[in-house]
Design a protein around this ligand. Structure first.
Ligand SMILES: Nc1nc2c(c(=O)[nH]1)N[C@H]1C(S)=C(S)[C@@H](COP(=O)(O)OP(=O)(O)OC[C@H]3O[C@@H](n4cnc5c(=O)[nH]c(N)nc54)[C@H](O)[C@@H]3O)O[C@H]1N2
Ligand SMILES: Nc1nc2c(c(=O)[nH]1)N[C@H]1C(S)=C(S)[C@@H](COP(=O)(O)OP(=O)(O)OC[C@H]3O[C@@H](n4cnc5c(=O)[nH]c(N)nc54)[C@H](O)[C@@H]3O)O[C@H]1N2
Ligand SMILES: [Mo]
Length: 767
């Protein structure tokens, strides 16, 4: 079979199916740095965990809908598509008639696959909107805290998160890059929707060649490529805000802050300075103070502050820094610090957020929206901040704060998930299991028997993108890629669109849902409407037929270099920021007026509960960093070759410092039990001096594999860190995800460890 074009969130490629059913994958010829994890696609089509047939949990089939603690512990019964969709349509009608549309939770957070028509969430949201609406979710696990706090500081989140200074400007103009969380190369292979040319590894190499001075502030040394020769500041996790405050304090006391910039472009600096100097609380936030918190030498902090004030300095913070308790503070403190340096809006100066978090941050590709499927406007206004899913299911009717408002959790009866994996992504999975026992019915569409599918009542097998036709492109992608069908659908799997069209037909909304189009007709329709807009703007865009035949369309030329807030700097009146003051709010009267103890009116150091300096560390003395995996995208294709090759004894690898391993009797390759009071997991030990002592690192994404009921059900034998993490919000302001950090203890596992079972399907009874 000839190679056919396709794309994924981690890169464009062409593919063909070999005689043995394995996929041959060839990276896009123009990609200067293809993602190693493309190799996970080889066995994607016929992996043993593919869902072969619609299935219904036995208890649901026999007893009907209702809360059930057996959910996630029971076998399934294989049913026909007609039986599954008939039963589900009846249940949908019952829920709507008895409880109203807000009783349906359709947030369905997750990354699904690339391909803009068959995008699972868009399809599901479109279906649910036409059915009368659904309770939705807002923001992301990725940067949901910044999304809420940034509008208070700079008037919006989009410019900072999407239109930050471009890499070439930074390479050309920055003397000193101060990278909180580093610029982890492993992450830049990924952009939602796809990325055809991975530019960022090349930009990082240029930084090294140019000899740009880099300060790596991270508990992990390999958060930046070694070729950059960064100076490593092995900070104690969760204490970056204290370091930033001390850098700011040093600038004040040495008179190195830019008063003219602060006067002209910022509001609330005086209030912040009082806090830095300890005028009201008697605690100056000086280098000695921060040294005790961060465990970095005070002299190093002072020297770094001086250096930052003497050269063109770019401060960047990864998104991980806000995925912890009080995640607002490092974001706000970094902006305050950059403002005091007075270089915001100058080429190579100022601040950025998400360099090394996502492939498109700082990238130079064009920035216009590619064709997509409209989901319509959801008539139900009920929503939750995305990471409050378990709270909502467990505590309907309870009030909570969110960004200056008081909201109440709705009572959810039906949960429908397509294209996401909450039993990968959510914190405290044992709590999530209790929460998932509460609704009447849980529906999951996924190609694979993920842990979430195993916690559903209805499991509806979806195709993977190689089994259908689509097109894909990411933000700042250079190409729109035609995604040709490479293989026939696996077993009885159907496209998400087809599944929902079948449900829509039973609910009398099929005509509205499909508009009478086949998927191919949809692709042509979406493409041609988009093309018309571009033709009107003077771009020369091929017809759909030409595009499809060519397999790609190279999007019009990249934009010029960008410097974040250059316009604002050049004219702060004409380009006033949409904040109350029109300026950068170093202190915010609005946030102060909310009266939140966990997010005051200016950046502040607030002790979290999960950190090495707090009382909890006496019981659980190691800080686990649950960051993004280098070998896969989240939990996707965890069974793939690249992901599997990095496992140790078939379990996720946990990295620890030899000085932490030795006293615990742990050697390289040992199975270890990682534990706290929420749960435990088994992992394979890897010893490394690339992380600071007291810190261990276990990436997310190993499929949750709990022992069966009756045994230690709180133990994941495969190594998903979310059995340990706390289901705590960042603060009352943003209610964001805090999954990045958790305190643990580790012991060697002696004896025969229970086997990993998640790589096989659950029991499905055939009738
Ligand atoms: N502890 C901790 N937890 C974290 C994080 C952390 O830093 N620490 N990070 C968080 C972040 S930033 C994120 S974004 C989340 C990610 O969490 P998710 O986005 O939920 O993770 P994925 O594994 O990408 O899940 C996508 C699911 O969609 C399925 N899928 C793929 N293609 C299709 C399709 O065409 N149709 C259907 N129906 N399904 C499809 C895949 O099989 C997979 O099950 O995790 C969060 N969780
Ligand atoms: N390969 C791969 N790439 C991905 C993803 C993936 O699953 N796989 N997921 C994508 C998604 S959805 C997202 S949102 C982004 C996430 O982007 P990020 O959230 O930025 O990525 P992480 O890898 O979780 O964290 C980056 C680094 O922050 C450091 N860090 C953790 N805690 C602290 C701390 O307290 N202080 C300091 N200074 N540093 C700390 C860790 O050492 C970690 O390696 O990544 C994207 N890229
Ligand atoms: Mo994310």
């Amino acid at each position: 079979m000839s190679l056919r074009p396709s794309t994924s969130h981690w890169g464009a490629f062409s593919a063909a199916v070999n005689a043995d059913g394995r996929v041959r994958v060839v990276p896009h010829p123009e990609d200067p740095a293809p993602a190693p994890m493309l190799g996970n696609l080889t066995d994607t089509l016929h992996h043993p965990t593919r869902v072969a047939t619609p299935a219904i949990r036995r208890g649901w089939l026999e007893c009907g809908p209702g809360p059930d603690p057996a959910r996630g512990h029971e076998e399934f019964v294989a049913v026909s598509w007609d039986e599954a969709l008939d039963l589900l349509a009846t249940e949908y009608r019952r829920i709507r008639d008895e409880h109203g549309n807000q009783a349906i939770f359709g947030g369905s957070y997750g990354w699904a696959s690339a391909g803009r028509f068959h995008h699972a969430q868009s399809q599901l949201h479109r279906f649910l909107t036409m059915f009368g609406g659904f309770t939705s979710s807002r923001n992301t696990y990725s940067n949901g805290t910044s999304t809420v706090v940034l509008p208070h500081i700079v008037g919006g989140a989009t410019d900072v998160l999407r239109n930050g200074s471009s890499w070439p400007t930074i390479v050309a103009n920055t003397d000193l890059l101060v990278a909180f969380g580093g610029v982890p190369q492993k992450n830049v292979f990924v952009t939602p929707g796809g990325v055809t040319r991975h530019h960022t590894p090349g930009f990082l190499a240029q930084l090294g060649e140019k000899g740009v001075d880099v300060a790596l502030i991270s508990p992990l040394r390999n958060d930046i490529p070694a070729s950059l020769n960064a100076r490593w500041y092995p900070i104690r996790p969760a204490t970056d805000t204290a370091l930033m405050l001390a850098l700011a304090h040093t600038l004040v006391v040495k008179g190195l802050h830019d008063n003219a910039f602060l006067d002209r472009y910022c509001a609330g600096y005086e209030e912040f300075e009082r806090y830095l100097l300890g005028v009201d609380d008697g605690v100056p936030k000086n280098a000695a103070w921060a040294s005790a918190i961060t465990e970095l030498p005070a002299a190093d902090i002072v020297a770094l502050a001086r250096r930052m004030a003497s050269v063109r300095t770019f401060i960047t913070i990864t998104w991980s820094l806000q995925r912890i308790e009080h995640g607002e503070q490092p974001v706000w403190a970094a902006i305050a610090l950059a403002a005091m340096l007075g270089q915001i809006g100058l080429p190579g100066g100022g601040f950025g957020h998400g360099y090394g978090s996502m492939g498109d941050t700082g990238d130079i590709g064009p920035d216009f929206r590619v064709p997509y499927l409209s989901s319509g406007i959801n008539p139900v206004r009920e929503f939750i901040p995305v990471a409050r899913i378990a709270d909502m299911l467990l505590h309907p009717g309870t009030s909570y704060d969110y960004d200056g408002t008081v909201r109440t959790y709705p009572e959810i009866r039906l949960v429908h998930w397509a294209g996401g994996n909450p039993f990968h992504h959510h914190q405290d999975l044992n709590r999530l299991r209790t929460a998932f026992a509460r609704p009447d019915t849980v529906v999951v569409q996924d190609p694979y028997w993920t842990a979430t599918a195993r916690h559903a009542d209805f499991v509806l097998p979806a195709t993977v993108s190689l089994e259908r036709e689509d097109f894909g492109s990411g933000r700042r992608d250079t190409h729109l890629i035609a995604m040709h069908r490479v293989a026939e659908p696996f077993a009885k799997a159907r496209d998400d669109h087809e599944i929902l069209a079948g449900l829509a037909a039973r609910l009398g909304i099929e005509e509205r849902f499909t508009e009478g189009r086949s998927p191919r007709a949809w692709l042509e329709h979406l493409y041609e409407s988009w093309r018309k807009q571009l033709l009107d703007k003077g771009f020369d865009v091929p017809s759909f037929v030409d595009f499809w035949w060519t397999g790609e369309y190279r999007l019009p030329a990249p934009q010029a270099d960008r410097t974040l807030f250059a316009d604002f700097r050049s004219d702060p009146v004409a380009h006033r920021l949409p904040t109350p003051s029109g300026k950068i709010e170093i202190a915010s009267a609005r946030v102060r007026a909310f009266g939140y103890d966990d997010c005051p009116g200016h950046p502040a150091w607030i002790e979290p509960s999960e950190w090495l300096g707090g009382p909890r560390a006496a019981r659980f003395p190691l800080q686990l960093i649950a960051n993004q995996p280098s070998t896969r995208l989240h939990s996707q294709l965890d069974g793939g070759a690249v992901s599997q090759a990095a496992k140790v004894t078939g379990r996720e690898a946990i990295r620890m410092h030899p000085d932490d391993a030795r006293p615990r009797g742990i050697a390289e390759g040992n199975v270890v039990r990682v534990v706290n009071d929420r749960g435990s997991l088994l992992a394979g030990a890897v010893l490394s001096t690339e992380l600071r002592q007291g810190v261990v690192q276990l990436p997310t994404g190993a499929w949750f594999d709990p022992l069966p009921q009756g045994s230690d059900a709180a133990l994941c034998v495969h190594g998903n860190p979310n059995v340990l993490t706390a289901d705590l919000p960042t603060s009352r302001l943003s209610q964001g995800c805090t999954g990045q950090h958790v305190l643990v203890e580790i012991e060697r596992y002696d004896g025969t460890p229970p086997p990993v079972t998640i790589d096989r399907p659950p029991r499905v009874i055939r009738r």
